[in-house]
Design a protein around this ligand. Structure first.
Ligand code: DGY
Length: 331
């Protein structure tokens, strides 16, 4: 028996975080590619008498997991989103919950733009076209798409990532609008300083007027299925939908019909419902012509993932020491 606290990590996070944890704790890591089952996490936490748990967004952390080890004092998720963690159950048990906000803001905004530009300029389709040896000549109307510059960019949710996405519109001279629970004068000022005038509009107006609509809301009860049939029908048939938030924010069946029937022109999504999206999922019949999908890689730059690992480790350290977490998900 050792006095050194034990931390269980549900996947191989970057060394930057693991090394930091190993300096102070016994660290057990699930080394497989696919996530451990919840039953496995429960049994490992119990076996190890773990004081800390580093989890991923693909792990469910509910009361059963939180009760697995009586010594568990902190859960640290290697993500900014924490919809997979039962915060109420954690608070009831006095288990601290950490996450990794801020650090992935710019990287995720980069990916929103990668999807936006891929959909507008049909780059994935173009690649498939060349690879299929269909490129025979320069074509006057070959793979034409909408202009990005001068278009209207609609942001749903002007939080950190929404603001970073909007800021990038400066170079494209876009008309930027946003909707959300309320107007955000501080965000507007931040964007104005970066040369972007962002106008607050009601959601229906945003839906109707956006050439590109980018989603940046967390997945909570109020945002589940936020973009469904009614909303997609309100959008312009030339519009592009971009989702780098959570798959559950968009109703998958409605998106499927919207692409099938041309209510919108294209969608670029990094998150899906279900997630992962199986290779034989019906939605994929729209790819790559009307749909570009990436496998939830919003934060996947090398530097950002290293920083996320360090932040996740820092939350574990604070939690085990009984100090306030540097990044707490609990109010
Ligand atoms: C997060 O951290 O919540 C992101 O979705 C991962 O890219």
């Amino acid at each position: 028996m050792t006095d050194t606290p034990t931390v269980y990590v549900t996947r191989e996070i970057p060394e930057a975080g693991l090394e930091r944890l190993r300096e102070r704790y016994e660290v057990a890591v699930w080394e497989e590619k696919l996530p451990p089952t919840k039953a496995h996490v429960v049994s490992r936490l119990a076996e190890l008498d773990a004081e800390g748990l580093v989890c991923l967004l693909s792990d469910t952390v509910d009361a059963e997991v939180l009760d697995a080890s009586p010594d568990l004092s902190v859960v640290s998720t290697f993500s900014v989103g924490y919809d997979h963690v039962d915060l109420e159950a954690a608070a009831e048990r006095d288990v601290a919950v950490g996450h990794t906000p801020g650090v992935l803001t710019e990287t995720t905004a980069d990916l929103a733009w990668a999807l936006l530009t891929a959909c507008a300029r049909r780059t994935v389709e173009g690649h498939a076209y060349v690879e299929a040896d269909e490129w025979e000549t320069w074509g006057p109307t070959l793979l034409t798409g909408p202009d990005i510059h001068g278009a209207t960019l609609g942001i749903v949710g002007l939080g950190n990532i929404g603001t970073a996405t909007a800021r990038r519109a400066a170079g494209f001279e876009m008309d930027v609008r946003y909707s959300g629970r309320s107007r955000k004068p501080d965000r507007e000022a931040e964007l104005a300083a970066a040369g972007v005038e962002a106008t607050y509009v009601e959601r229906d107006e945003l839906l109707a007027e956006s050439d590109f609509l980018s989603l940046h809301v967390p997945l909570v009860e109020a945002t589940e299925g936020l973009i469904g049939e009614e909303e997609l029908r309100r959008m312009s048939e030339d519009a592009v939908l971009v989702n780098t938030s959570r798959g559950g924010v968009v109703d998958t069946d409605a998106l499927d019909t919207a692409l099938e029937e041309g209510w919108i022109t294209r969608a670029g999504v990094d998150v899906t419902d279900p997630e992962p999206l199986p290779g034989d999922h019906p939605l994929l019949r729209h790819a790559p012509e009307r749909l570009v999908v990436t496998p939830h890689i919003g934060s996947a730059s090398i530097g950002t993932r290293d920083r996320m690992a360090e932040m996740a480790a820092a939350c574990i350290e604070a939690g085990i020491e009984g100090e306030p977490l540097p990044h707490s998900a609990l109010e």
